[in-house]
Ligand binder design. Structure first.
Ligand code: AP5
Length: 220
């Protein structure tokens, strides 16, 4: 099963991806997570990307395309299904992705669009807390950790992402509307788009999705 997750910042893409990864055993490839890891490790790529991420702008296409191509074409990943989270983010990335997938003969089965209203995603972003050690995602009210600021999974410290501040969130939303929303249309035209109501519990969203994919014969 090869999937793409689309939706505004804070729609719940990463959270849903966590459930899907467990149930379908496919690769979860998040360009945001990969870039944050590069920043943490102070690599040249991380240093370059940080300026864009902190402002809520897109990192240049050539950098993220190279990252995606490297992961998708890696020999040990060839036999696994994939779930792309945060990529593609504009039409030129979508077209480039088509070329890469053609080369490795792994077409997209379904593009999932998490449709979540703006006031909801803003609340989700401002309340999000992430584990510094394992990357698990929590929310101060929606998914609070058992112990304040401590990760339930590994005991690591929870932190607030630097781009989860009001000004950067505003920029990210604008970038989403102008550059990423057209990608939803791109997949609609290809007849592989499925719209999901993002304003519901991630667990039930995941259960409904699996049921629908099963009924459509997409899970094999
Ligand atoms: P990225 O990391 O991809 O961020 P994003 O798209 O803004 O998405 P988020 O990670 O903020 O949100 P999400 O939808 O995954 O929500 P989550 O599940 O965490 O990108 C960051 C930056 O990197 C970009 O701005 C850009 O600069 C750069 N970048 C990345 N990819 C790029 C690309 N392809 N090209 C160029 N630049 C790129 O949930 C949010 C919160 O809500 C959490 O607290 C969670 O607990 C809670 N929550 C989730 N689901 C629910 C639910 N159903 N009910 C209640 N609460 C929920």
């Amino acid at each position: 099963m090869n999937l793409i997750l689309l939706g505004p910042p804070g729609a719940g893409k990463g959270t849903l991806a966590g459930y899907i990864k467990e149930s379908l055993g496919i690769l979860h490839i998040s360009t945001g997570d990969i870039l944050r890891e590069e920043i943490k490790n102070n690599t040249d790529l991380g240093i370059e990307a940080k300026g864009f991420i902190d402002k809520g702008e897109l990192v240049p296409d050539d950098l993220v395309i190279k990252l995606i191509e490297k992961v998708l074409t890696k020999e040990s990943n060839r036999k696994l299904g994939y779930m792309l989270d945060g990529f593609p983010r504009n039409e030129s990335q979508a077209k480039k992705l088509d070329e890469i997938l053609k080369k490795i003969n792994k077409p997209i089965d379904q593009a999932l669009y998490l449709d979540s209203p703006l006031p909801i995603v803003i609340k989700r972003l401002t309340g999000r807390r992430v584990c510094r050690k394992c990357g698990a995602v929590f929310h101060v009210t929606n998914r609070p950790p058992k112990k304040q600021n401590i990760c339930d999974v590994c005991g690591g410290e929870l932190y607030q992402r630097e781009d989860d501040n009001e000004q950067t969130i505003k920029n990210r939303m604008e970038v989403y509307q102008n550059s990423t929303k057209p990608v939803v249309e791109f997949y609609k035209k290809k007849n592989i788009l499925r719209t999901l109501d993002g304003d519901q519990e991630s667990e039930s969203l995941h259960d409904d999705l699996l049921k629908a994919l099963n009924e459509d014969g997409k899970i094999h």
